[in-house]
Design a protein around this ligand. Structure first.
Ligand SMILES: [Zn+2]
Ligand SMILES: [Zn+2]
Length: 185
């Protein structure tokens, strides 16, 4: 999924510096590129709208992406979906040559929205992947009220109950039980 930058400035009079992109990708387009341990799955068509503006050697890309992602609940491990509707504003600059001393480049705040392009094209697949990762919740939960799995038998407590005894007993109850026991003796 590459966006060819060379088409910019080629159209019409050759002074055109902007390109409007409106594309829809199918979930199957992502299936091939998805790594096994990916924390999300694309489950709805991905609508990508963006404007690419050439600014000397750099490209400014602003747009919006909408789709639905399937995640796994961190408590009950069931799959659930979240909607994605993210606006982004990015800057693409030519990939810098590796520094002679091999030292790390200083990371500035600007780097958060700056990406590199290689070979006169922008990797749209990578762009979308980054937006999806940004849209993921810190703790994926199917619901705030998710009861999770029983730590003993693995029963999904949202769907049923089990006979495992909770390991934690109310200390006040335990004290009461002790009192009742001593009264009997
Ligand atoms: Zn859950
Ligand atoms: Zn159980």
């Amino acid at each position: 999924m590459q966006f060819d930058l060379r088409q910019l400035g080629r159209k019409g009079s050759g002074t055109l510096r902007d390109e409007h992109v409106d594309r829809t990708f199918q979930p199957s387009d992502f299936a091939a590129s998805v790594v096994e341990d990916e924390e999300y799955k694309v489950v709805a068509p991905v609508h990508l709208v963006m404007d690419v503006h050439k600014d000397r050697e750099a490209y400014r890309v602003s747009g919006n992406i909408t789709t639905r992602l399937q995640l796994e609940c961190g408590r009950c491990l069931e799959a659930f979906e979240i909607p994605v509707d993210s606006a982004f504003e990015l800057r693409y600059v030519p990939e810098p040559a590796p520094t002679a001393d091999g030292g790390e480049r200083e990371v500035t705040e600007d780097d958060l929205t700056t990406s590199y392009y290689k070979g006169e094209s922008i990797d749209v697949g990578e762009l979308m992947h980054e937006q999806f990762v940004l849209a993921l919740p810190m703790k994926p939960l199917c619901s705030d009220a998710c009861k999770g799995l029983c730590p003993h038998c693995g029963t999904n407590l949202n769907k049923g109950t089990c006979d495992c005894k909770p390991t934690w007993t109310d200390p006040r109850l335990a004290a009461l039980e002790g009192l009742m026991k001593s009264n009997k003796e």
